[in-house]
Write a new protein. Structure first.
Ligand SMILES: [Zn+2]
Length: 308
């Protein structure tokens, strides 16, 4: 049994068919965690969809209305880069509910993982880059609204810049955002996060980990979050179809362990979400996301030992 909860719903599947976004990965990750004995059925919680009230703390009323009534323009759907469907909308509300629940569980248990979400390109008034609703921002706003936290940190290691996160929290001193990404990649315009780490093409494990550690060290010196949301994209992998970095699976596991180690040392609860992953073999993307959960398990056990 894991020392924390995993949040998952079958409805996370966006039903995209042959799209480059492998939306079947959510179910595959759940299955692999069970097959490998990393998790048991009782470790999983099924989220409720977010309430509209929660979504509206981040997104505009007009955009939410268009999403819910199927009245986005063709240009807006093109920018989203996924076909519009009823299932898509339900999946997004569910993912946001999942990140809210992950945040609540993390505050209670120290750790939690949403086996979904991480839709970091979604902006207040539009969706883009496969992301319609910014689940992590919705979760942070809900936790702040409930009074459970005031200060949150977002560490985003997806290969793509977290532009939605940067826009949403741009002027907000209660939320520290760090994005480490490939500079020469989507999105073209990268609004400033609190800390942006623009990486050159083809960076490998050791260089990446050295740079990340330096910035994590400084981030935790500068800011004392009450929760860390970790957006653990699988797409810095060297065989990713939409990424141009060169991390190995081992390097990605070390990346996860590094982020968790900083959170653990600073006594900060962690809620993680998946974000992107477009490896040529979907099974590789699944392996990388599963390894993030295994790294969280190891870090959580270590903090339990340290606290005992
Ligand atoms: Zn990505």
């Amino acid at each position: 049994m894991l020392p924390f909860k995993l949040i998952y719903a079958d409805g996370y599947d966006l039903n995209l068919g042959a799209h480059v976004f492998p939306s079947q990965k959510f179910r595959m990750i759940r299955d692999r965690l069970l097959e490998q004995g990393i998790a048991e059925r009782s470790d999983f919680l099924v989220p409720e969809p977010a309430a509209d009230e929660d979504v509206l703390r981040v997104h505009s009323r007009e955009y939410v209305r268009k999403l819910k009534t199927g009245t986005l323009s063709e240009a807006e759907i093109a920018r989203l880069e996924v076909p519009y469907s009823r299932e898509l909308v339900e999946a997004c509300w569910l993912a946001a509910g999942g990140s809210i629940l992950a945040g609540q569980c993390a505050l209670r248990d120290g750790w939690a993982a949403n086996i979904g979400g991480g839709f970091h390109h979604a902006c207040p008034d539009h969706g883009e880059g496969f992301c319609a609703i910014h689940d992590v921002a919705v979760a942070i706003r809900r936790l702040q609204h409930d009074g459970g936290i005031r200060r949150a940190m977002v560490v985003d290691t997806d290969v793509h810049h977290g532009n939605g996160t940067a826009v949403i929290f741009g002027w907000d001193e209660t939320v520290f955002t760090l994005s480490i990404h490939q500079e020469n990649n989507y999105p073209f315009f990268k609004p400033p996060s609190t800390v942006d780490i623009d990486l050159q093409d083809g960076i490998g494990d050791d260089d990446y980990l050295g740079i990340l550690e330096k910035h994590l060290h400084k981030a935790f010196q500068d800011f004392a979050p009450q929760i860390l949301f970790y957006i653990a994209g699988a797409d810095p992998y060297r065989e990713d179809q939409l990424g141009g970095l060169a991390l190995t699976m081992e390097g990605l596991a070390r990346r996860d362990a590094l982020v968790f180690e900083y959170a653990r040392r600073n006594g900060v609860p962690v809620a993680s979400a998946l974000a992107g992953g477009y490896a040529r073999r979907v099974a590789d993307t699944v392996s990388i996301h599963v390894a993030t959960i295994a790294a969280a398990r190891d870090a959580a056990r270590q903090s339990a030992r340290a606290g005992a």
